[in-house]
Design a protein around this ligand. Structure first.
Ligand code: TXA
Ligand code: MG
Length: 330
């Protein structure tokens, strides 16, 4: 199968109605979309991505009314978040209605839902009468795609079509909020809306414990978004540059003032804008990975706002720092 990159929305709609998966742009990252009411179509998503079946997918809807039919309970705070952030990069995990297929939720009694803000995605949703199940359109465990070429690199030959919507506006996945046992909101995944922005609307929220291999929530597998090149997260770049001088090195940091003056360092936002850095993050990670260098070093980001989301992605993309020792000159 030859994978076509195209702007033909009509064809996307036809393929989706037939039960075929299609890669589509959203405002966060590209998604691998299929009919969320059709278990066979959703099964194809898991197959194409090589994703384990215990990891549930998000359902994308066009209206709040349709979301309300897919869930059995909407706490007040969740309703407020919907009104503040939808359409947009916020996903809510709520108790699911009976008719939602088990394969969508990996057998859980909750379902992840959101209304995306990308105009092409919304246009598609208006032309179909089912929600779109869509994980990020990368192979399982790889960096999420923010451009059609990224999807092509991972999924060429596995799907018929990638809808070309250019670069994604936000550049990292949606922020996910679920419910804890007492009915309060629980942050399940850092994403393109900062925790502070969520808290500004509904007050303080707890964070699910993350970083283990048996996640509190399925979305929290430790290794994720990983480049193929061995990658490490470090507090400072300069001390490592000398120690690793015998290797082909790629580096990434936030602003100009932070990075050593070295042509190998990629600065995500020269002016120090976290929103810009977020948008650039996966694109630069993809580019560095393509260079087939020996090692990639990522400098930690500020620990506030979207810096927290970026650090979270970088952390999941990297190996334990202790393994850096293996690369030192002997
Ligand atoms: O921005 C995004 O959210 C993108 C675009 C395409 O919408 N989608 C995305 O999907 O990132 P995915 O599958 O890569 O990540 C969804 C995460 C997964 O880690 C999954 O474990 C978690 O959401 N998730 C889905 N349903 C869940 C549930 N019922 N309970 C807990 N976590 C859930
Ligand atoms: Mg993903």
């Amino acid at each position: 199968m030859k994978t076509e990159i195209s702007q033909d929305i009509q064809k996307v709609v036809e393929l989706l109605k037939k039960g075929d998966p299609v890669a589509v742009p959203t405002e966060t990252v590209y998604g691998l979309a299929a009919n969320g009411f059709d278990p066979d179509a959703v099964r194809l998503i898991y197959e194409v991505k090589g994703r384990p079946s215990y990891n549930p997918v998000i359902l994308h809807f066009s209206t709040k009314e349709k979301v309300f039919q897919a869930v059995t309970q909407v706490p007040l705070w969740a309703n407020e978040l919907m009104d503040y952030f939808w359409p947009g990069p916020l996903t809510l995990v709520l108790p699911k209605a009976r008719h939602i297929p088990d394969i969508v939720t990996a057998g859980l009694d909750t379902v992840a839902v959101r209304i995306p803000a990308h105009p092409l995605m919304l246009e598609i949703l208006k032309n179909i009468d089912f929600p779109l199940a869509a994980p990020s359109a990368n192979l399982f465990g790889r960096i999420s795609p923010t451009r059609p070429e990224h999807v092509f690199q991972d999924l060429n030959g596995r799907i018929q079509m990638i809808l070309d919507g250019g670069s994604c506006q936000y550049g990292v996945e949606s922020t996910i909020v679920g419910i804890d046992e007492s009915g309060s909101p629980l942050l399940l995944r850092h994403g393109s809306i900062s925790k502070e922005d969520v808290e500004e609307k509904i007050g303080r929220i707890n964070e699910a414990r993350s970083g283990s291999d048996t996640p509190a929530a399925p979305g929290m597998l430790k290794s994720h978004y990983a480049p193929r090149t061995p990658s490490f997260l470090v507090d400072e770049l300069t001390p490592w540059i000398e120690k690793l001088d015998h290797l082909q090195l790629g580096m990434l940091c936030f602003t100009l003032s932070e990075g050593p003056d070295d042509p190998r360092v990629r600065v995500l936002s020269p002016s120090g804008d976290l929103q810009v850095a977020t948008k650039e993050l996966y694109r630069v990670m993809h580019e560095l990975d393509q260079l087939k260098l020996d090692i990639l070093l990522f400098k930690s980001f500020p620990t506030y706002g979207l810096g927290v989301s970026i650090n979270d992605k970088l952390h999941r993309a990297t190996r334990p720092t202790i393994e850096l020792r293996k690369f030192l000159k002997s």
